[in-house]
Design a protein around this ligand. Sequence first.
Ligand code: GLN
Length: 197
Amino acid sequence: MTGTPVIGVLALQGDVREHLTALASAGAEARAVRRPEELARVDGLVLPGGESTTMSKLAVLFGMMEPLRERVAAGMPVYGTCAGMILLADKILDPRSGQETVQGIDMIVRRNAFGRQNESFEAAVAITSVPGGPVEGVFIRAPWVESVGAGVEVLAEHGGHIVAVRQDNALATSFHPELTGDHRVHGLFADMVRAVG
Ligand code: GLN
């Protein structure tokens, strides 16, 4: 792709504004996406952090779940942070009732694995494919990846647990790079979107 990739942020719930800012500083044209027509006009999509059960229910209510599944299955680049990682999991270990996922990464994710809200923490995380040293990982009631299928590349671990993965055009992190001033992970994602063109 030549020119500026158009990257959406699913704007049903969660930290949408922080992702829009991070994407813009990574060189993308960033747009909030709430409706299927808006989804159809982006080259890639971020699923933000927030609360995955709420986001999943709103996606169903707003008629977004099927369009999301179709575009992700068709290879649209997608990046999920925290709750967004949960939404990309083919399987969740402890789903709440009615919790569906978009799917896209052959992994099993454990929700709230790192503990409750008051056990949130920050840690330096070295990510394969992000040059320039570790990023500051902000973990807020964060999930971890319990196991991955053969096609999934593990990009980072913390405390012996998988916290960043990539499968083809789908990227996911347990933590929130959008909450720091360091936008290298969004830069990696923007490059993935440019590569698809
Ligand atoms: N624990 C939340 C969930 O299950 C995710 C938290 C987050 O996105 N910071 O959706």
